[in-house]
Write a protein that binds this ligand. Structure first.
Ligand SMILES: [Zn+2]
Length: 387
């Protein structure tokens, strides 16, 4: 194999945040019914946990979270909470399995959000966090303690916060690259530092402001991160988040990981999220974009017909999709021959050549051909004689 860079098993779980972070996009507002459908599909893919929403925000949000909890899916259903009792109570009311308690940790965030001394405010927030971790644990919940803007927080300070949360029973510690400012190398070192100094699973949550969210998530998991929190299609605020489908497929294809998730369902999942949000991904969006398995140029198609590996990093079948060889203006005679062979016509090279020339003339006039057209023209002009 060409790619053998990670021989060790990457042990991780996914806590998808499509329904919370992925909904924090201007114009996206899923109805409770739609949230239920998305949750069901995530469950079909085999996702381990989801952040189903911010229970304290509205009645509608609670309705959606409760409806998801009522399904009794295999996934752990979590709700985002500030470190205040009212938020945890709102989540409890919905019947969640767990909560994601979060506080801002960087100087920039604390200074912007609270008056007074930064260290004093951080101390107070940590005390509230400790109280809420204990409270949620007492209620039997799975507790993730997360920090906002973790990647711009002093390392030692962050370690102190996480150590305290670990001490009082947090089950997972999530850190966030809130503004997407890390490189993959920095992410690797940052997560490794936390993993080496703590005993609780460390979460990797990356934003995509510089297009590095997927790469950073992979780096964090390779460094020993215990879980990641991406979103379907990478939907999220500003430039979005790490895309669930990209992370999973890259782990399989580039790092030879045995992926337990049903990758063949990723495309359906992507499509329903696009439909409900009213936002279409780019045709070039890896894994799920309309164009990503299409080949048109003559040279590429010639290569692909001989060996798929010439122009594909992985077989589209892995994600339940098909490769498309497009009869566009760049298609060559090899494609014509391939189409006809696939349809049961053993065509001589000179016939394919003649057909190709004829189509090329029409293409130059702006007329394009479908696979069906190729077969029809062949049948009409050569079929009887040469079949
Ligand atoms: Zn986020």
């Amino acid at each position: 194999m060409i790619y053998e860079s990670a021989k060790n098993k990457v042990d991780f779980y996914v806590c998808d945040t499509t329904l919370r972070d992925g909904e924090q996009v201007a114009g996206i507002r899923y109805t409770p019914k739609q949230k239920v459908q998305i949750a069901k599909k995530l469950n079909e893919v085999g996702i381990d946990a989801i952040d189903a929403g911010f229970a304290a925000t509205s009645v509608e949000e609670r309705m959606a979270i409760k409806a998801i909890c009522d399904l009794k899916l295999d996934m752990r259903i979590m709700s985002m909470c500030r470190v205040v009792k009212a938020d945890v109570d709102a989540a409890l009311e919905c019947g969640v399995d767990g909560v994601i308690l979060f506080m801002p940790s960087s100087d920039i965030h604390i200074a912007a959000k609270f008056d007074g001394d930064i260290s004093e405010n951080r101390k107070r927030l940590l005390q509230n966090s400790v109280d809420m971790i204990k409270y949620a644990k007492d209620k039997g919940l799975f507790v993730e303690f997360g920090v906002e803007d973790g990647t711009r927080t002093d390392k030692q300070v962050l370690l102190e916060l996480f150590s305290k949360a670990e001490e009082v029973g947090a089950d997972a510690l999530g850190t966030t690259d809130t503004i997407g400012c890390l490189t993959p190398e920095q992410t690797y070192n940052y997560i490794k530092y936390l993993v080496d100094n703590l005993n609780t699973p460390i979460g990797v949550h990356c934003h995509n402001d510089l297009g590095l969210a997927t790469a950073n998530t992979l780096a964090g998991l390779l460094a020993g991160g215990g879980y990641c929190s991406p979103t379907v299609n990478g939907f999220g605020e500003r430039a979005g988040n790490a895309a669930l489908e990209e992370v999973l497929v890259a782990l399989k294809v580039l790092y030879n990981q045995d992926i337990k998730y049903d990758l063949k369902k990723l495309n359906e999942l992507s499509k329903i999220v696009q439909e409900y949000s009213g936002i279409n991904t780019s045709i070039f969006k890896p894994i799920v974009g309309d164009n990503v398995f299409s080949h048109e140029s003559g040279i590429h198609i010639h290569g692909m017909l001989k060996d798929n590996r010439t122009y594909e990093v992985y077989n589209p079948k892995i994600v339940g999709r098909n490769r498309k060889m497009v009869m566009g203006k760049h298609a060559g005679k090899h494609l014509i021959r391939h189409i006809l062979l696939e349809n049961g016509y053993d065509v001589l090279d000179d016939i394919a050549d003649t057909l190709w020339k004829r189509m090329k003339e029409k293409e130059d006039l702006g007329i394009s051909y479908s696979e069906e057209d190729v077969i029809n023209v062949y049948r009409k002009e050569f079929g009887k004689k040469y079949r």
